[in-house]
Design a protein around this ligand. Structure first.
Ligand SMILES: [Zn+2]
Length: 486
Protein backbone atom coordinates (compact mmCIF):
# COMPACT_ATOMS: atom_id res chain seq x y z
CA UNK A 1 0.00 0.00 0.00
CA UNK A 2 1.38 3.36 -0.98
CA UNK A 3 1.57 6.14 1.47
CA UNK A 4 -0.82 8.98 0.77
CA UNK A 5 1.17 12.02 -0.23
CA UNK A 6 -1.63 14.44 0.38
CA UNK A 7 -2.32 13.98 4.06
CA UNK A 8 0.31 16.30 5.40
CA UNK A 9 -0.24 18.72 2.59
CA UNK A 10 -3.95 18.81 3.24
CA UNK A 11 -3.26 20.72 6.40
CA UNK A 12 -1.11 23.23 4.59
CA UNK A 13 -3.77 24.09 2.06
CA UNK A 14 -6.76 23.58 4.29
CA UNK A 15 -7.07 27.21 5.29
CA UNK A 16 -6.41 28.60 1.86
CA UNK A 17 -9.38 27.11 0.10
CA UNK A 18 -9.19 29.69 -2.62
CA UNK A 19 -5.99 28.12 -3.78
CA UNK A 20 -6.98 26.69 -7.09
CA UNK A 21 -7.34 23.01 -7.52
CA UNK A 22 -4.38 23.40 -9.86
CA UNK A 23 -2.39 23.05 -6.70
CA UNK A 24 -3.47 19.47 -6.56
CA UNK A 25 -1.19 18.37 -9.28
CA UNK A 26 1.82 20.20 -7.96
CA UNK A 27 1.33 18.48 -4.67
CA UNK A 28 1.30 15.12 -6.34
CA UNK A 29 4.24 15.80 -8.52
CA UNK A 30 6.28 17.16 -5.66
CA UNK A 31 5.54 14.04 -3.69
CA UNK A 32 6.17 11.51 -6.38
CA UNK A 33 9.62 10.78 -5.17
CA UNK A 34 8.36 9.73 -1.79
CA UNK A 35 5.54 7.76 -3.32
CA UNK A 36 7.71 5.84 -5.67
CA UNK A 37 10.19 4.97 -2.99
CA UNK A 38 7.48 2.70 -1.62
CA UNK A 39 8.80 -0.75 -0.81
CA UNK A 40 6.00 -2.55 -2.63
CA UNK A 41 7.42 -1.77 -6.04
CA UNK A 42 10.71 -2.98 -7.45
CA UNK A 43 13.50 -0.41 -7.40
CA UNK A 44 13.73 -0.56 -11.17
CA UNK A 45 10.09 0.45 -11.59
CA UNK A 46 10.54 3.29 -9.12
CA UNK A 47 13.54 4.61 -10.97
CA UNK A 48 11.80 4.49 -14.37
CA UNK A 49 8.69 6.26 -13.08
CA UNK A 50 10.72 8.80 -11.13
CA UNK A 51 12.55 9.69 -14.31
CA UNK A 52 9.22 10.31 -16.10
CA UNK A 53 7.99 12.34 -13.16
CA UNK A 54 10.98 14.64 -13.52
CA UNK A 55 9.70 15.45 -17.01
CA UNK A 56 6.01 15.55 -16.10
CA UNK A 57 6.47 18.00 -13.24
CA UNK A 58 7.43 21.08 -15.30
CA UNK A 59 4.80 20.28 -17.95
CA UNK A 60 2.04 20.22 -15.34
CA UNK A 61 3.32 23.41 -13.78
CA UNK A 62 3.22 25.09 -17.17
CA UNK A 63 -0.29 23.68 -17.77
CA UNK A 64 0.93 21.75 -20.81
CA UNK A 65 -1.55 19.01 -20.05
CA UNK A 66 -1.63 17.22 -23.39
CA UNK A 67 2.14 16.74 -23.33
CA UNK A 68 2.02 15.65 -19.69
CA UNK A 69 -0.72 13.18 -20.62
CA UNK A 70 1.59 11.31 -23.02
CA UNK A 71 4.21 10.84 -20.30
CA UNK A 72 1.63 9.95 -17.66
CA UNK A 73 0.33 7.27 -19.98
CA UNK A 74 3.83 5.80 -20.14
CA UNK A 75 4.12 5.97 -16.37
CA UNK A 76 0.83 4.08 -16.04
CA UNK A 77 2.15 1.31 -18.27
CA UNK A 78 5.12 0.89 -15.96
CA UNK A 79 3.13 1.25 -12.77
CA UNK A 80 -0.55 0.55 -13.64
CA UNK A 81 -1.95 0.60 -10.11
CA UNK A 82 -0.17 3.67 -8.86
CA UNK A 83 -2.89 5.93 -7.41
CA UNK A 84 -0.82 9.10 -7.65
CA UNK A 85 -0.29 8.63 -11.35
CA UNK A 86 -3.99 7.90 -11.80
CA UNK A 87 -4.80 11.12 -9.94
CA UNK A 88 -2.42 13.16 -12.06
CA UNK A 89 -3.63 11.48 -15.22
CA UNK A 90 -7.26 12.16 -14.31
CA UNK A 91 -6.38 15.78 -13.62
CA UNK A 92 -4.44 16.22 -16.88
CA UNK A 93 -7.33 14.96 -19.00
CA UNK A 94 -9.94 16.78 -16.92
CA UNK A 95 -8.11 20.02 -17.65
CA UNK A 96 -8.49 19.19 -21.33
CA UNK A 97 -12.26 18.94 -20.85
CA UNK A 98 -12.42 15.14 -20.94
CA UNK A 99 -14.42 14.77 -17.74
CA UNK A 100 -16.05 11.46 -18.58
CA UNK A 101 -12.73 9.80 -19.26
CA UNK A 102 -11.16 11.13 -16.07
CA UNK A 103 -13.73 9.39 -13.83
CA UNK A 104 -12.13 5.92 -13.85
CA UNK A 105 -8.72 7.43 -13.05
CA UNK A 106 -10.05 9.35 -10.07
CA UNK A 107 -11.77 6.20 -8.87
CA UNK A 108 -8.51 4.28 -9.16
CA UNK A 109 -6.65 7.07 -7.38
CA UNK A 110 -9.10 7.24 -4.48
CA UNK A 111 -8.99 3.49 -4.05
CA UNK A 112 -5.33 3.79 -3.13
CA UNK A 113 -5.54 7.22 -1.52
CA UNK A 114 -8.94 7.39 0.19
CA UNK A 115 -7.89 10.31 2.38
CA UNK A 116 -6.51 12.46 -0.43
CA UNK A 117 -8.79 15.44 0.08
CA UNK A 118 -7.73 17.40 -2.96
CA UNK A 119 -8.17 14.39 -5.24
CA UNK A 120 -11.65 13.92 -3.84
CA UNK A 121 -12.42 17.61 -4.33
CA UNK A 122 -11.21 17.40 -7.89
CA UNK A 123 -13.27 14.27 -8.52
CA UNK A 124 -16.33 16.06 -7.10
CA UNK A 125 -15.70 18.89 -9.55
CA UNK A 126 -15.63 16.40 -12.45
CA UNK A 127 -18.89 14.79 -11.31
CA UNK A 128 -20.51 18.19 -10.93
CA UNK A 129 -19.50 19.08 -14.46
CA UNK A 130 -20.96 15.82 -15.71
CA UNK A 131 -24.26 16.69 -14.03
CA UNK A 132 -23.83 13.76 -11.60
CA UNK A 133 -24.74 15.95 -8.66
CA UNK A 134 -25.63 13.24 -6.12
CA UNK A 135 -22.27 11.57 -6.65
CA UNK A 136 -20.46 14.91 -6.44
CA UNK A 137 -22.22 15.55 -3.11
CA UNK A 138 -21.05 12.14 -1.85
CA UNK A 139 -17.44 13.14 -2.53
CA UNK A 140 -17.77 16.52 -0.82
CA UNK A 141 -19.54 14.97 2.14
CA UNK A 142 -16.71 12.50 2.61
CA UNK A 143 -14.30 15.41 2.77
CA UNK A 144 -16.56 17.14 5.30
CA UNK A 145 -16.75 13.96 7.35
CA UNK A 146 -12.98 14.26 7.83
CA UNK A 147 -13.06 18.02 8.39
CA UNK A 148 -16.51 19.60 8.84
CA UNK A 149 -15.10 23.09 8.33
CA UNK A 150 -13.18 22.47 5.12
CA UNK A 151 -14.10 25.68 3.27
CA UNK A 152 -13.83 24.49 -0.33
CA UNK A 153 -16.03 21.46 0.40
CA UNK A 154 -18.64 23.69 2.09
CA UNK A 155 -18.59 26.01 -0.88
CA UNK A 156 -18.86 23.26 -3.47
CA UNK A 157 -21.62 21.47 -1.55
CA UNK A 158 -23.63 24.70 -1.53
CA UNK A 159 -22.95 25.19 -5.25
CA UNK A 160 -24.11 21.67 -6.15
CA UNK A 161 -27.19 21.89 -3.92
CA UNK A 162 -28.32 25.06 -5.66
CA UNK A 163 -27.94 23.27 -9.00
CA UNK A 164 -30.18 20.52 -7.57
CA UNK A 165 -32.65 23.26 -6.62
CA UNK A 166 -32.27 22.37 -2.97
CA UNK A 167 -31.94 26.03 -2.11
CA UNK A 168 -32.60 25.82 1.63
CA UNK A 169 -29.87 23.21 2.11
CA UNK A 170 -27.56 25.24 -0.09
CA UNK A 171 -28.07 28.37 2.01
CA UNK A 172 -27.28 26.33 5.12
CA UNK A 173 -23.87 25.31 3.73
CA UNK A 174 -23.14 28.83 2.47
CA UNK A 175 -23.89 30.12 5.98
CA UNK A 176 -21.57 27.51 7.50
CA UNK A 177 -18.87 28.61 5.09
CA UNK A 178 -19.31 32.19 6.21
CA UNK A 179 -18.94 31.12 9.85
CA UNK A 180 -15.65 29.41 9.00
CA UNK A 181 -14.34 32.24 6.85
CA UNK A 182 -16.13 35.54 7.29
CA UNK A 183 -14.62 37.18 4.18
CA UNK A 184 -16.35 39.50 1.72
CA UNK A 185 -15.94 36.85 -1.00
CA UNK A 186 -17.84 34.34 1.13
CA UNK A 187 -20.49 36.90 1.97
CA UNK A 188 -20.88 37.45 -1.77
CA UNK A 189 -21.16 33.71 -2.27
CA UNK A 190 -23.97 33.51 0.28
CA UNK A 191 -25.71 36.50 -1.30
CA UNK A 192 -25.48 34.85 -4.73
CA UNK A 193 -26.94 31.62 -3.36
CA UNK A 194 -29.77 33.56 -1.73
CA UNK A 195 -30.42 35.38 -4.99
CA UNK A 196 -30.47 32.12 -6.93
CA UNK A 197 -32.90 30.79 -4.32
CA UNK A 198 -35.11 33.78 -5.19
CA UNK A 199 -34.78 35.01 -1.64
CA UNK A 200 -34.23 38.52 -2.97
CA UNK A 201 -34.81 40.43 0.28
CA UNK A 202 -32.16 38.44 2.13
CA UNK A 203 -29.78 38.53 -0.83
CA UNK A 204 -30.17 42.29 -1.18
CA UNK A 205 -29.35 42.91 2.46
CA UNK A 206 -26.21 40.73 2.17
CA UNK A 207 -25.11 42.61 -0.95
CA UNK A 208 -25.71 45.89 0.86
CA UNK A 209 -23.68 44.68 3.87
CA UNK A 210 -20.77 44.06 1.50
CA UNK A 211 -21.12 47.56 0.08
CA UNK A 212 -20.88 49.02 3.57
CA UNK A 213 -17.43 47.42 3.90
CA UNK A 214 -16.40 48.10 0.33
CA UNK A 215 -18.61 50.55 -1.59
CA UNK A 216 -16.84 49.73 -4.84
CA UNK A 217 -17.37 45.98 -4.80
CA UNK A 218 -18.72 45.63 -8.33
CA UNK A 219 -20.28 42.17 -7.98
CA UNK A 220 -22.25 43.39 -4.97
CA UNK A 221 -23.43 46.47 -6.89
CA UNK A 222 -24.62 44.25 -9.74
CA UNK A 223 -26.16 41.87 -7.22
CA UNK A 224 -28.18 44.72 -5.67
CA UNK A 225 -29.33 45.77 -9.15
CA UNK A 226 -30.40 42.24 -10.10
CA UNK A 227 -32.30 41.69 -6.83
CA UNK A 228 -34.07 45.04 -7.04
CA UNK A 229 -35.04 44.29 -10.64
CA UNK A 230 -36.47 40.92 -9.63
CA UNK A 231 -38.34 42.61 -6.80
CA UNK A 232 -39.97 44.97 -9.31
CA UNK A 233 -38.07 48.02 -8.05
CA UNK A 234 -36.89 48.94 -11.49
CA UNK A 235 -35.72 52.52 -11.14
CA UNK A 236 -33.67 51.64 -8.04
CA UNK A 237 -32.19 48.73 -9.99
CA UNK A 238 -31.17 51.03 -12.84
CA UNK A 239 -29.47 53.41 -10.41
CA UNK A 240 -27.25 50.50 -9.27
CA UNK A 241 -26.43 49.68 -12.89
CA UNK A 242 -25.47 53.35 -13.32
CA UNK A 243 -23.28 53.04 -10.24
CA UNK A 244 -21.50 50.04 -11.79
CA UNK A 245 -20.44 52.14 -14.79
CA UNK A 246 -19.12 54.83 -12.42
CA UNK A 247 -17.09 52.36 -10.35
CA UNK A 248 -15.34 50.80 -13.31
CA UNK A 249 -15.96 52.87 -16.44
CA UNK A 250 -13.53 50.73 -18.45
CA UNK A 251 -15.77 47.69 -18.11
CA UNK A 252 -17.87 47.56 -21.26
CA UNK A 253 -20.25 44.94 -19.98
CA UNK A 254 -21.54 47.32 -17.30
CA UNK A 255 -22.36 49.90 -19.97
CA UNK A 256 -24.15 47.32 -22.10
CA UNK A 257 -26.19 46.27 -19.10
CA UNK A 258 -27.10 49.87 -18.37
CA UNK A 259 -28.18 50.39 -22.00
CA UNK A 260 -30.30 47.26 -21.80
CA UNK A 261 -32.05 48.40 -18.62
CA UNK A 262 -32.59 51.94 -19.92
CA UNK A 263 -34.53 50.38 -22.78
CA UNK A 264 -36.46 48.07 -20.54
CA UNK A 265 -37.57 50.97 -18.38
CA UNK A 266 -38.47 53.09 -21.39
CA UNK A 267 -35.72 55.65 -20.79
CA UNK A 268 -35.04 56.14 -24.49
CA UNK A 269 -33.36 59.55 -24.21
CA UNK A 270 -31.02 58.22 -21.52
CA UNK A 271 -30.31 55.28 -23.79
CA UNK A 272 -29.22 57.63 -26.59
CA UNK A 273 -26.97 59.68 -24.28
CA UNK A 274 -25.46 56.49 -22.88
CA UNK A 275 -24.91 55.03 -26.36
CA UNK A 276 -22.97 58.16 -27.28
CA UNK A 277 -20.75 57.72 -24.21
CA UNK A 278 -20.15 54.08 -25.15
CA UNK A 279 -19.23 55.08 -28.71
CA UNK A 280 -16.75 57.61 -27.35
CA UNK A 281 -15.27 55.31 -24.75
CA UNK A 282 -15.06 52.12 -26.81
CA UNK A 283 -14.52 53.29 -30.39
CA UNK A 284 -13.21 49.90 -31.51
CA UNK A 285 -15.90 47.80 -29.87
CA UNK A 286 -17.56 45.28 -32.20
CA UNK A 287 -20.79 46.12 -30.33
CA UNK A 288 -20.79 49.60 -31.78
CA UNK A 289 -22.21 48.70 -35.18
CA UNK A 290 -25.19 47.01 -33.57
CA UNK A 291 -25.77 49.91 -31.17
CA UNK A 292 -25.45 52.57 -33.88
CA UNK A 293 -28.01 50.76 -36.03
CA UNK A 294 -30.35 50.35 -33.12
CA UNK A 295 -29.98 54.00 -32.23
CA UNK A 296 -31.90 54.94 -35.38
CA UNK A 297 -34.84 52.92 -34.13
CA UNK A 298 -34.68 54.46 -30.66
CA UNK A 299 -34.27 57.99 -32.03
CA UNK A 300 -37.30 57.49 -34.29
CA UNK A 301 -39.36 56.44 -31.28
CA UNK A 302 -38.17 59.44 -29.28
CA UNK A 303 -39.24 61.66 -32.16
CA UNK A 304 -42.65 59.98 -32.29
CA UNK A 305 -43.11 60.88 -28.64
CA UNK A 306 -43.03 64.53 -29.64
CA UNK A 307 -45.26 64.02 -32.68
CA UNK A 308 -47.93 61.73 -31.24
CA UNK A 309 -49.69 62.34 -27.99
CA UNK A 310 -49.93 59.56 -25.49
CA UNK A 311 -53.26 57.83 -25.67
CA UNK A 312 -54.21 55.65 -22.74
CA UNK A 313 -56.55 53.43 -24.79
CA UNK A 314 -54.31 52.42 -27.70
CA UNK A 315 -51.24 53.45 -29.72
CA UNK A 316 -52.50 53.09 -33.26
CA UNK A 317 -51.63 56.70 -34.09
CA UNK A 318 -47.95 56.04 -33.31
CA UNK A 319 -47.84 52.56 -34.81
CA UNK A 320 -49.22 53.80 -38.14
CA UNK A 321 -47.60 57.24 -38.11
CA UNK A 322 -44.77 56.49 -40.54
CA UNK A 323 -46.59 54.62 -43.29
CA UNK A 324 -50.29 54.79 -42.61
CA UNK A 325 -52.65 52.01 -41.65
CA UNK A 326 -51.86 48.75 -43.41
CA UNK A 327 -53.70 45.51 -42.93
CA UNK A 328 -54.07 42.04 -44.37
CA UNK A 329 -57.17 41.44 -46.50
CA UNK A 330 -57.09 37.68 -45.90
CA UNK A 331 -59.25 36.53 -43.03
CA UNK A 332 -57.05 33.48 -42.61
CA UNK A 333 -53.37 34.18 -43.21
CA UNK A 334 -51.19 31.16 -44.09
CA UNK A 335 -48.06 31.02 -41.93
CA UNK A 336 -44.98 28.91 -42.47
CA UNK A 337 -42.63 28.32 -39.54
CA UNK A 338 -39.34 26.80 -40.56
CA UNK A 339 -38.61 23.78 -38.33
CA UNK A 340 -35.90 24.56 -35.79
CA UNK A 341 -32.64 23.16 -37.07
CA UNK A 342 -30.85 21.21 -34.40
CA UNK A 343 -27.63 22.57 -35.88
CA UNK A 344 -28.62 26.18 -35.22
CA UNK A 345 -26.61 27.51 -32.30
CA UNK A 346 -28.87 28.33 -29.37
CA UNK A 347 -31.86 26.71 -31.10
CA UNK A 348 -34.51 25.25 -28.84
CA UNK A 349 -37.50 23.15 -29.95
CA UNK A 350 -39.63 25.19 -27.54
CA UNK A 351 -39.06 28.33 -29.64
CA UNK A 352 -41.43 27.25 -32.42
CA UNK A 353 -44.11 26.33 -29.91
CA UNK A 354 -43.78 29.82 -28.43
CA UNK A 355 -43.95 31.35 -31.90
CA UNK A 356 -47.19 29.49 -32.71
CA UNK A 357 -48.67 30.72 -29.43
CA UNK A 358 -47.72 34.28 -30.41
CA UNK A 359 -49.88 33.99 -33.55
CA UNK A 360 -52.70 32.49 -31.51
CA UNK A 361 -52.51 35.33 -28.96
CA UNK A 362 -52.87 37.98 -31.67
CA UNK A 363 -55.70 36.08 -33.36
CA UNK A 364 -57.51 35.94 -30.04
CA UNK A 365 -56.80 39.61 -29.35
CA UNK A 366 -58.26 40.59 -32.70
CA UNK A 367 -61.53 38.84 -31.78
CA UNK A 368 -61.80 37.07 -35.11
CA UNK A 369 -60.64 39.92 -37.31
CA UNK A 370 -57.44 38.04 -38.21
CA UNK A 371 -56.63 34.39 -37.94
CA UNK A 372 -53.88 32.10 -39.11
CA UNK A 373 -53.34 28.62 -40.42
CA UNK A 374 -49.97 26.93 -40.22
CA UNK A 375 -48.85 25.45 -43.54
CA UNK A 376 -46.21 22.87 -44.36
CA UNK A 377 -44.50 24.59 -47.27
CA UNK A 378 -43.05 28.10 -47.48
CA UNK A 379 -44.58 28.47 -50.95
CA UNK A 380 -48.08 28.09 -49.48
CA UNK A 381 -47.52 30.87 -46.97
CA UNK A 382 -47.85 34.63 -46.82
CA UNK A 383 -45.99 34.99 -43.54
CA UNK A 384 -42.74 33.04 -43.15
CA UNK A 385 -40.76 32.70 -39.95
CA UNK A 386 -37.27 31.39 -39.45
CA UNK A 387 -34.61 31.30 -36.76
CA UNK A 388 -30.97 32.15 -37.35
CA UNK A 389 -27.99 32.27 -35.01
CA UNK A 390 -25.78 34.86 -36.66
CA UNK A 391 -26.88 38.44 -35.88
CA UNK A 392 -25.08 39.72 -38.99
CA UNK A 393 -27.53 37.80 -41.17
CA UNK A 394 -30.53 39.77 -39.92
CA UNK A 395 -31.95 42.06 -42.63
CA UNK A 396 -31.53 44.95 -40.20
CA UNK A 397 -28.60 44.43 -37.88
CA UNK A 398 -28.64 45.77 -34.38
CA UNK A 399 -31.80 44.03 -33.27
CA UNK A 400 -32.59 40.53 -32.09
CA UNK A 401 -35.31 39.98 -34.67
CA UNK A 402 -36.73 41.59 -37.71
CA UNK A 403 -39.96 41.67 -39.69
CA UNK A 404 -40.03 42.89 -43.26
CA UNK A 405 -43.40 43.34 -44.87
CA UNK A 406 -44.42 44.10 -48.43
CA UNK A 407 -47.56 46.00 -49.21
CA UNK A 408 -49.68 47.01 -52.08
CA UNK A 409 -51.12 50.33 -50.97
CA UNK A 410 -52.89 49.73 -47.68
CA UNK A 411 -52.90 45.95 -48.17
CA UNK A 412 -50.08 43.83 -46.75
CA UNK A 413 -49.16 41.10 -49.22
CA UNK A 414 -46.20 39.35 -47.61
CA UNK A 415 -44.24 39.37 -44.35
CA UNK A 416 -41.02 37.65 -43.33
CA UNK A 417 -40.01 37.28 -39.72
CA UNK A 418 -36.41 36.41 -38.85
CA UNK A 419 -35.55 35.74 -35.23
CA UNK A 420 -32.22 35.23 -33.52
CA UNK A 421 -31.61 32.10 -31.46
CA UNK A 422 -28.66 33.74 -29.77
CA UNK A 423 -28.34 36.66 -27.43
CA UNK A 424 -26.79 39.49 -29.41
CA UNK A 425 -26.44 41.72 -26.36
CA UNK A 426 -24.79 39.15 -24.10
CA UNK A 427 -23.50 36.41 -26.45
CA UNK A 428 -22.42 34.13 -23.61
CA UNK A 429 -25.96 33.97 -22.24
CA UNK A 430 -28.79 31.84 -23.66
CA UNK A 431 -32.01 33.57 -24.68
CA UNK A 432 -34.45 33.46 -21.76
CA UNK A 433 -37.77 31.88 -22.76
CA UNK A 434 -39.65 34.92 -21.46
CA UNK A 435 -37.71 37.08 -23.85
CA UNK A 436 -38.49 34.69 -26.72
CA UNK A 437 -42.17 35.00 -25.78
CA UNK A 438 -41.88 38.78 -25.85
CA UNK A 439 -39.96 39.08 -29.11
CA UNK A 440 -42.17 36.62 -31.01
CA UNK A 441 -45.30 38.56 -30.02
CA UNK A 442 -43.58 41.81 -30.94
CA UNK A 443 -42.56 40.63 -34.41
CA UNK A 444 -45.94 39.06 -35.17
CA UNK A 445 -47.45 42.45 -34.23
CA UNK A 446 -45.24 44.07 -36.86
CA UNK A 447 -46.26 41.42 -39.40
CA UNK A 448 -49.91 42.27 -38.77
CA UNK A 449 -49.38 45.90 -39.73
CA UNK A 450 -48.32 47.55 -36.48
CA UNK A 451 -45.33 49.07 -38.13
CA UNK A 452 -44.30 51.47 -35.38
CA UNK A 453 -43.97 51.04 -31.64
CA UNK A 454 -45.96 51.71 -28.52
CA UNK A 455 -44.78 54.31 -26.01
CA UNK A 456 -45.52 52.20 -22.95
CA UNK A 457 -42.93 49.65 -21.75
CA UNK A 458 -45.69 47.30 -20.68
CA UNK A 459 -47.01 46.78 -24.24
CA UNK A 460 -45.50 44.04 -26.37
CA UNK A 461 -45.10 46.60 -29.14
CA UNK A 462 -42.85 48.86 -27.05
CA UNK A 463 -39.48 49.65 -28.70
CA UNK A 464 -37.83 46.95 -26.65
CA UNK A 465 -40.01 43.85 -26.32
CA UNK A 466 -39.90 43.20 -22.59
CA UNK A 467 -43.45 42.10 -21.98
CA UNK A 468 -44.51 38.62 -23.02
CA UNK A 469 -48.24 39.17 -22.57
CA UNK A 470 -50.46 41.32 -24.77
CA UNK A 471 -51.84 44.27 -22.81
CA UNK A 472 -55.30 45.79 -23.18
CA UNK A 473 -53.65 48.57 -25.22
CA UNK A 474 -52.15 45.95 -27.57
CA UNK A 475 -55.58 44.35 -27.87
CA UNK A 476 -57.34 47.69 -28.47
CA UNK A 477 -54.73 48.71 -31.05
CA UNK A 478 -55.05 45.59 -33.19
CA UNK A 479 -58.85 45.72 -32.96
CA UNK A 480 -58.90 49.35 -34.05
CA UNK A 481 -56.46 48.66 -36.91
CA UNK A 482 -58.72 45.89 -38.22
CA UNK A 483 -61.96 47.61 -37.19
CA UNK A 484 -63.17 48.10 -40.75
CA UNK A 485 -63.25 44.34 -41.17
CA UNK A 486 -65.72 43.59 -38.45
ZN1 LIG B 1 -40.09 46.54 -33.32
Amino acid sequence: MLKSPSLSLNKAVKRSQYASLNLLILIFVQNFEGVFAAPSEPAQTNAAVAELVMQIDPLMQQKRYSEAEILLKKALIISPDNPSIHASYGYAIQKQGRFEESVEHYEAALKGLPDATLVRMSFGHVLKNLGRYEEALTQYKQVLAQDPSYPMALRMTAAVLILMQRSQDSVQYANKLLEVEPTLADKLFLADILEQSRNYDAALSKYKEILVSDPKFLDAVNGCAACLWSMGQQSEAVSYYERATEIDPARQRSWLKLLHYYLRTGRLKDWITCEEKVAERFPDSPELKRLTNYKKEVAADVELNTLCQHNSVDYLNRASHRSGKKTWNERIIPVYIEPTQSSTVGGNPKFNEILREAFKDWAEASAGRVSFKFVEMPTQSLITCRWISNPDQLPITGTNACCTAKSDGARITKADIVLLTTNSTFPDTALPLDYVKAITRHEVGHALGLEGHSDDVKDVMFTYPGSSKLTQRDVNTIRRLYAKKS
